[in-house]
Design a protein around this ligand. Sequence first.
Ligand code: PMP
Length: 429
Amino acid sequence: MLAYRDLTKEQLEEELLKQKEAYKEICAKNISLDMSRGKPGPDQLDLSMDMLDVFNSKSELKSENGFDCRNYGVMDGIPEAKKLMADIMGTKPENVIVYGNASLNIMYDTVSRSYTHGVNGSTPWCKLEKVKWLCPVPGYDRHFAVTEQFGIEMINVPLLEDGPDMDMVEELVSKDAAIKGIWCVPKYANPTGTSYSDETVKRMAALKPAAEDFRIYWDNAYGIHHLYDDEANQDQILDILSECEKAGNPDMVYEFASTSKVTFPGSGVAALATSKNNIEFIKKQMTIQTIGHDKINQLRHVRYFKDINGVKKHMMKHAEKLRPKFQAVITMLDKELKDADIATWTNPKGGYFISFDVMEGCAKKIVQMCKEAGMVLTGAGATYPYGKDPEDKNIRIAPSFPSPEELVEASKILIVCTKIATIEKMLDK
Ligand code: PMP
């Protein structure tokens, strides 16, 4: 099979007819598939069911410092949960505040507090003429939704193979004091699955922002979410907190993580890691917001896993479920699209997503055609601020939820739709 660009107009017309025939056949099957969100599959949720047996009405619910977890108190998390979350993030327990059930609302809350009350004493952002934010793209739609809701102007920064374009980040933050933050998913990023190189982490930690209240929002959502158990096939990143300290910027970062994709999304444990100064400031507000989070759930997680090694072992069970799913998609794409040379895709070693780039101007059409054939994908453009992909070429594939067999079907649909949309674009139809 030749690359599409090497086909004659007649050959392209012929290929288009063939693909349209295939599309018709697919549509006739009345398929119903959802690859829109990075949800664990039911088989993955089953992996954590034993955690529910950790406690019953006879259980002793005291934390290691003797605190009765059934009662009010311990606003920033029980010590053993701090330790576990610190180990998950690769930092120290004294840098950690354990929150509630998920991390997105910690991020929202952090932006919200900065907006209403400033950052460690700085002018609240709501009183400023303009607040801007750097958004590595493609990125996570829910991050962009948070900054959009606060009227923050988002600036696209290309996400390269080793992290955001740091030349651009350095230049922008050093010149513009209106830039107050950057969204980062440093490991197995949503949606590319790529991880930041050591150099990127060091450059990020050594930024010299014009704004003293500039903060790096380091969303380490996939820090332990490897797909392979051998270290050679795992990405590792540097610890941002210690890099920031070394660079003389100890207060410049907030790191977020949760067990959403370790145990149960929505019923996990989430945490923030940051400097002592930042923790002090945050706690002043927190004490007005809450008397404490769900300590029974914190204790349940620690009793179930014991320590970070227990978590790592558990993550390998997830990997066993996820690997064939990623492989099903990648194998199909390799087989059906490589020769045609009309798209590129990532082949991540972890995380929950594959990023799929098509010919400029085709993504929306492909997603729409897939929908009409019974397969829901994340909306085209969702991986960009304001839902606007300037080149209309990025599609996020979330292979975690369907079965490997369904993923083969799903990939077929995606491939046919990609072929049709690309040829039609080439033929200017
Ligand atoms: N951050 C990223 C990068 C994610 O992909 C997700 C889930 N899709 C989240 C955060 C959500 O995490 P949580 O469930 O802890 O709110």
